[in-house]
Each structure stands twice: as C-alpha cells, then as structure tokens.
Design a protein around this ligand. Structure first.
Ligand SMILES: [Zn+2]
Length: 706
C-alpha cells in the first residue's frame, strides 16, 4: 500500500518566485518554514507541536490561495511556464505543513491530533475545491491545453498539461456555479465522514485486546508468545499475553493457536470491527459516503462513482475492464478454495476433531496441510528472517539492480526514537533519504505503507526525494531479535519497492515524479520488488539464523518454492472478494444500500465460500472509506500484479535471472525512473516489447491458464 499526503503539489498550487510572501510569518510556525539542514533540507521533526498543526494548515491554505490568485490574475497571455509550470511551484508551504501533519495523524495520533483531524479535514477538502473551481485559473489551463499541439511543448510538458487539465475537469472546473457549490458541499461532508470512519476503526483496533494467561497459549510458537507478552506489558498488564485487535497480532494467533474457542473469539472480534451496532459502528457512515459519492458522480456527468474514478488516473479506463479481469480470475480462486477446504477437512477428520472447517479454522488447518504435504513448517523458516538483516538485504538487492547504496545517518531529526534514517547514494551522487518506522505503537494505523515526504524534481532547481517505509511489527524485548514471517518479509520488500520507485525518479516536474502515477499501475513496481526476497542471492546472504548465523538451508528454500502455490485459493479469494464488493458498491449508483445486507447478498451471488471472509469487510475497508483513495480502485492490486508477474517472467527468461543487468536496466529506464511522464501502457511496452499477459499471473497462482 502507498499513501499520499493530503495536499500535494497536484492539488495545491501557485506562482514561482515573484509571490506575495507568507501570511503567517514562517518563523512563527516551524511547520511552514522551508526545510533546513543537510541533504537539501529535512523535515523539522524536532520542532513539531500538535498545537501548531491547525494554525499552520490554515495559514498555508490562505497562502496558497494568494499564490493561486497571482497565477489566475496574471495579465500576460497564458503559457505553459506562467500557468502549468507556475502551479508546480505553488503551495510549497502547504505541502510541507500537510506532510508533517499527515505523519502525526497516521503514526503518532493522540486525542489532540484527532481533534485537529476532525477540524481541518473538511477545510482541506473545501480548500482543494476552491482551487479546482477557480474559473479564471481554469481558463488559463484550458488555453494552454487547447494550444498544446502548436506550442512546441516537450513531451513531459504536454503530458503534465493534459493531466492537470484532466484533474480540473474531473474535479468540476466546467460545472455551472450552482453545481460547483453543491460539489464543494459534497466534498466537505465526505471529508468529515472519512475522518469519522477512520477514527472509529482506529478506536476499534486500539481498545479491544484479548488478555491470556500461560494456560491459554497452546500451539503458539515462542516468538508469537513473546510478542503477546510485550504487547500486554505495553498495555500495563505485565505477566499476561495480549492479542491485539490488529492484523499483525490476529493472523499468527489464528494460524497457530490450538484453542479453537479462542480462535473463534479473536476472529469474531477482528472481523466485527466497525460492525457492532455501537457508537463506533461504521455502517451508517458508509451509507452516507456512498450516497454522496453517487450524487457527485452524477453532478460530474458520470453514471456512477466507479465510472468517474476510472475515467482518469487509471490504466483500466472503465469499471467493465476491471470487472472483466476480476471475474476471469474469480472462478479459479473459489474452485481452489473448495479443494483447500476438502483437504483441511480430511486432516481435521483424521485427527478426530469432530468439526466442520469454519473461518477461524482456515489458517490453522492450512498450516497443518502445508506441513503434511510440503514438509514445510514456516516456523522453521522464521528464525532465519531477522527484520534488520532483511532490511539490509533489500538495500543490497537495490544496489545490484539500480546501483543504490544505503548508509544510516544520525544528523537528522526523527519523529519518534524508533525511526531510523538512511542516506541513499548512487556512486558519489546523493539521491535521497529513506526513513524507516518499523514498529507498532498506540496511535499508529495498522498495516504497512510507503509515503513520500518530498517528491523528486528538477523544475525549480534540483530537489532530491525523501521517502519512508512504515510497518507494524511488534517491537521485541531488549536484546531479542525481531523475527518476521515469510509473508511479512514479502511485505517489507513490497513497501520498499514503492520507496525505490520514488528514489529512482528522474523527472522534471514534481506532479509526475516517483509514485505519482496511475492508481492501478503504482502497485507494479512494489509488487515486482517482492521477487527479490526468494532469490538465492538475498537468502544466502541475509536470511541468517538468529542464533547460529547459518543461512537458510537450500532444502528449506526448495520447499518454500514448491509450496509457492499453496493456499492461493484463500489468498486470492479473500482479496478478490473485497475488490469485487468495492466495485459493486460503487457501481450501485444512488441505490439505498445497507452495507451489511449488500455485502452478504452480493457475496452469495458470487458463490463466496463460507469458510473465509473478505480480507477487508465493508465496515473496516479503510482503502475505500477512509478517503477516496482506493475507492472503486481496490482491483488495482490485481491489475498491477498481472503486470508485475509478467515483468518478473522477463527476468526469469533472461540469462542473468533476477540479476540480469540488461533487464534491470530496462526496468529502471522505462518504468522506475519515468514516474508519470510516460503513459504506463507505452512505458510497459517499451520495457517488455508487448502488453502484459494475464497468463503469467495464472501460472504463478497455479490456476489453469486456458
Ligand atoms: Zn503497495
């Protein structure tokens, strides 16, 4: 997953050098001031006070509007430079303030920060609309756009002009004044509901934990026990064991606990988040969000929210194309689930368990089958997967592929003592900074993600990027190694792939740089990067046993490889069920939707197997309800994975395999470095010599390709 900060240069804007200066003196509020210090300036994390957020964001918005007015009211005829180019350099104070605020909101949230969220999110939405609806500004953008073929723009300038024009048109720039007013009101209300959705979910995750005694731990491997012990200590109940209501705590418990009664309890608590009919129930919030989105789509001339979302910033273009791909894969996925369930039922029967496989049994019995069929116990792998060694392994592979070198630095402020910072260089050249925030803590949202604190660009002078990776590993006790699961190791490589996409960026304009590409394409560089974890070159150097220092034995590697298609029925189905429900919710128009009933009915129509849930049930579906972010866009992971697996085959087919210099060079030149300066379809063809083929995906999952 990758998250954007709130007000990027693509929504905020203003003119270059001759700007009226800041409304609130920047010295009064460190969030607004240009970043100083080494590496072209770094975020002033040591000067952040939550009390500064709201005044800084409000001052930044006011400042941005002054900058926008200067562009819109420019008496000179519109040109690329004085309009589109000027917008690239506008709102910089706003970018800085909102970047820091979003880090606090996402990883260091407190009641004080949550109060700021509630107060400013609707204002930020209204602010964005003020810019999109500025008629004089749009006239100038439209003039540059209409003249784009005659005005000798560079290809990057032409693309930026089209993208900017599109985002204004899709954002309502051509509506009549009455419709514009309604649109702004809708966006304002949506921002408020997104915040409520998010805060409900965070509270559900923070406030429910299952506390266990020694006698309740049957089946749990030592590292899961010690993580649970650390979590209980953190919750001020030392001597007990806490299973937190987050995925990283719940998944291992469901996989290993022998206590079926506790598995059921943990499962029910986790999959009921936001769906308990209490003050934190998200169903009513979702209804309101869906209604407002449907109305907005109509206002903008689209039949549904899904049509509007896919009409821009997507490779799929239409909901039909996305649905077609999902439904091509779905029957194979659920057929495989039925096979997996039959196999697990047989194991349970043989044990004399006297049960019928239920959702809280799936992970548990799947592990038993894995052990029986592949003689692979992932607990045997885990002692070789130390988080800090894997981090070094990701860095090493990036060195092999892209010539990047990572060195820890201590001369920059961090937002929390657990965060470490690395300078990234290519040869002697400074490329950027990588911040790494690996541990779970109260006030940090769950999951793993990347974001860009500062995008790469050369337009207003050379600016290097600052990116970060975030995860939610349970921090080990002092002196203990942090061992991660194979899946979590893959996730580390995934998020690092997003970071590499940002670090490799070499474009002119910030709006087109790094990960600022199409939603359904941005997961391609991250997913493709997962393929370097299982390479012999990485495992032999970095998958070292935490006690013996010996590398992961080859026979275990072979077993992992053989078991690669194992449990794909579960993995693909739980994901696709969420992606399909997302699309169906947003294709339903303004129908009255009871989210709980809708989910149930639509899953039944799809033939969803009873033995597993959606990965994100509707009331917990942060991707689609915490912002517009991945709404009608959760299919993007499949879309991008099809591309990533096709790209991975390019390496597999090459003489040098995953370290083939020629393929790596093509990946760098056509994909990693170009950001959004090239249409993704064109970029991919340049890399692969053809369009992506879905068969690579089907082969990888072990599904039939016919
Ligand atoms: Zn991702």
């Amino acid at each position: 997953m990758r998250r954007r900060t709130f007000l990027t240069a693509s929504t905020a804007a203003a003119a270059a050098s001759a700007l009226p200066k800041v409304v609130m003196a920047q010295s009064e509020n460190p969030l607004l001031a240009p970043w100083t210090g080494p590496f072209g300036g770094v975020p002033p994390f040591d000067k952040v006070k939550a009390a500064d957020f709201q005044p800084a964001l409000e001052a930044a918005m006011a400042q941005t509007l002054i900058e926008i007015a200067a562009i819109a009211d420019n008496p000179a005829p519109p040109t690329f430079e004085n309009t589109i180019g000027a917008l690239e350099q506008a709102g910089l104070a706003s970018d800085r303030a909102s970047t820091i605020y979003s880090i606090w909101s996402g990883t260091l949230s407190t009641p004080e920060v949550r109060a700021v969220d509630r107060a400013v999110q609707p204002k930020l939405a209204a602010h964005s609309d003020k810019i999109l609806q500025n008629a004089k500004l749009f006239q100038r953008i439209d003039a540059v756009y209409q003249a784009r073929d005659k005005s000798k723009l560079t290809p990057e300038q032409a693309r930026l002009t089209e993208i900017r024009w599109n985002s204004f048109v899709r954002g309502g720039a051509r509506l009549d004044p009455e419709a514009k007013t309604r649109l702004a009101a809708i966006n304002f209300q949506l921002a408020g509901y997104f915040t409520i959705f998010n805060q409900n979910l965070l509270a559900e995750e923070n406030d429910h934990a299952l506390f266990l005694k020694d006698a309740d731990l049957a089946g749990l491997p030592p590292d899961v026990r010690s993580a649970a012990a650390a979590a209980a200590t953190d919750q001020k109940r030392p001597g007990e064991y806490a299973i937190l209501n987050t995925r990283s705590s719940v998944d291992p418990f469901l996989t290993y606990s022998d206590r079926r009664d506790l598995r059921e309890q943990v499962w029910r608590t986790f999959y009921s988040r936001g769906d308990n009919g209490d003050a934190r129930d998200n169903n009513a919030v979702i209804q309101k969000i869906l209604k407002l989105r449907a109305e907005r789509a109509k206002l903008l001339g689209f039949p549904t929210h899904a049509h509007w979302r896919l009409s821009h910033n997507s490779m799929a273009d239409t909901p039909d194309a996305a649905m077609e791909l999902m439904l091509r894969v779905w029957p194979s996925a659920i057929a495989r689930v039925h096979e997996e369930v039959a196999e697990m039922q047989a194991v349970a029967d043989k044990e004399g368990a006297g049960i019928k496989i239920a959702p809280w049994d799936y992970r548990y019995y799947a592990e038993k089958v894995r052990t029986a069929r592949y003689a692979l116990d992932l607990n045997e792998v885990k002692p070789y997967l130390q988080m800090d060694h894997l981090r070094d392994g990701m860095h090493w592979a990036a060195g092999q592929l892209y010539g990047l070198a990572f060195t820890p630095v201590t001369n920059v402020p961090v937002q929390h003592p657990d965060v470490t910072v690395y300078e990234v260089k290519r040869g002697a050249e400074h490329v950027g900074l990588w911040y790494f925030d690996p541990y779970a803590r109260t006030g940090k949202r769950s999951g793993a993600w990347m974001n860009a604190y500062r995008p790469q660009q050369t337009y207003g002078g050379k600016v290097t990027t600052i990116v970060s990776n975030n995860a939610n590993f349970v921090k080990p006790g002092p002196g203990e190694p942090l061992l991660v699961s194979w899946d979590d190791a893959k996730t580390m490589f995934h998020e690092f792939g997003h970071a590499l996409h940002g670090l490799n960026s070499q474009v002119t304009h910030p709006t087109l740089s790094g990960t600022r590409v199409f939603r359904d394409y941005v997961e391609f560089p991250s997913q493709v990067n997962e393929h370097w974890l299982p390479t012999r070159e990485v495992l032999s150097r970095f998958a070292l046993h935490y006690r013996t220092g010996k590398p992961l034995p080859q026979d275990l590697v072979d077993k992992i490889d053989k078991a690669h298609t194992f449990r794909q029925g579960f993995d693909v189905t739980e994901y696709l069920a969420s992606a399909l429900i997302d699309m169906k919710l947003h294709l339903a128009g303004d129908a009255d939707i009871d989210p709980r009933a809708f989910e149930k009915a639509e899953l039944a129509k799809l033939g969803m197997p009873a033995e597993l849930p959606m990965r994100h049930r509707t009331p917990q579906f942060q991707h689609i309800f915490a912002s517009d972010g991945y709404s009608a866009g959760y299919y993007s992971y499949l879309w991008a994975e099809v591309i990533a697996l096709d790209a991975a085959e390019a390496f597999q087919e090459a003489p040098g395999g995953f370290y083939d210099k020629g393929v790596a060079r093509r990946l760098h030149d056509h994909i990693m470095k170009v950001g959004n300066t090239v249409d993704p379809r064109v970029a991919y063809r340049a890399f692969r010599g053809r369009d992506p083929d879905v068969k690579a995906y089907l082969r990888d999952k072990g599904f039939p390709t016919a």
